[in-house]
Design a protein around this ligand. Structure first.
Ligand SMILES: Nc1ncnc2c1ncn2[C@@H]1O[C@H](COP(=O)(O)OP(=O)(O)OP(=O)(O)O)[C@@H](O)[C@H]1O
Ligand SMILES: [Mg+2]
Length: 295
């Protein structure tokens, strides 16, 4: 459906058939899941079909607790044989407080005309496609940023697109922090003046790293930055946009603005304008060391 995650890897008909498979698996719109429905002694007794599927596929061994319920997804702490997992389960588009995604989608090439029409019409099938596309985009972006060496959580399914398509509407990534003490967001962390300066530098650096790759985050602020062992970790990537998007510059400016505003509580006094200039300057500098990912 979207060119963001389908490049070279998937033909249109394959995308559609994968989408149909997932579609059959959950027909009733789901909002926030109750933790009781996600846990049970025996896998077959778990009420939630997404969780049963993730366990059957070997991506998950158990869900431990709910961490946080956000606007469009709920984050859970879970486990797998790779360690502690942050399981982000998106609500169905119909069931979530509607987020205007049009601004992020502009300029995006949708190769599949049937899918493009369905998504535009916002019929229930169209909304399901948008949902699928949104979740797949978060994986694709996570993989891209992770491989490029940015400070983001490691995606735990993939990099093969077909593999991570099987986990929709969930995204599995490494939990930052520990199960008992997950990393706080920078919006909640208490920082000394020195820590605040370091966090600010890292946050500006993170935005510059993304810009160097041609991305604007689209929701960049201390609410989407984690703080763990003096490191800033960037999260929440479904809405990244590229220069193809006519709103790119506006989104970039808005990101710089919200970053500066959200850092005021840590005693950092910068304007959106000075922040954007610094981001642009640093984007011309050296990139982080890429990570090698074995297939
Ligand atoms: N890898 C991670 N490790 C630890 N905690 C995480 C991780 N990813 C996300 N979180 C936590 O889960 C919350 C929700 O994640 P995220 O921001 O991606 O989803 P969201 O639905 O957009 O939430 P919101 O509406 O609050 O922005 C984050 O605010 C953070 O507290
Ligand atoms: Mg968020």
């Amino acid at each position: 459906m979207s060119a963001r995650w389908s490049e070279d890897q998937w033909g249109e008909s394959e995308q559609r058939s994968e989408f149909q498979k997932i579609r059959r698996k959950h027909s009733k719109p789901k909002g926030r899941r109750r933790i009781d429905d996600l846990t049970a002694k025996n896998t077959e007794d778990i009420a939630d079909d997404t969780i049963r599927r993730l366990i059957d596929l070997g991506h998950l061994s158990e869900v431990v607790a709910e961490l946080k319920s956000g606007k469009e997804a709920t984050a859970y702490i879970a486990r797998s044989d790779k360690g502690s997992v942050l399981l982000k389960i998106y609500r169905d588009f119909e069931a979530r407080s509607f987020k205007n995604d049009a601004i992020y989608r502009e300029g995006q090439v949708v190769l599949d005309q049937r899918a493009a029409r369905a998504m535009k019409s916002r019929s229930s099938k169209g909304l399901e496609m948008l949902q699928f596309d949104w979740v797949m985009s978060e994986y694709a972006h996570l993989w891209h940023l992770w491989r490029a060496g940015l400070s983001v959580p490691e995606p735990l399914v993939g990099p093969n697109v077909k593999t991570y398509a099987e986990t929709v509407p969930a995204v599995l990534m490494r939990l930052i922090g520990t199960e008992d003490q997950p990393a706080p967001r920078l919006s909640d962390a208490r920082l000394s003046p020195e820590e605040a300066r370091s966090a600010w530098q890292q946050a500006v650096g993170g935005m510059a790293d993304m810009l160097r790759l041609g991305y604007a985050h689209g929701d960049y602020s201390t609410y989407n930055l984690l703080w763990w062992e003096n490191q800033v970790i960037l999260i929440d990537f479904p809405q990244l946009t590229t220069r193809q998007n006519p709103n790119f510059r506006d989104l970039l400016r808005r990101d710089a603005e919200s970053l500066a505003t959200s850092f005021k509580r840590h005693g950092i006094q910068e304007t959106g304008e000075s922040t954007l200039r610094e981001v642009q300057r640093r984007a011309l500098g050296p990139a982080p060391e890429p990570r090698v990912v074995l297939p």
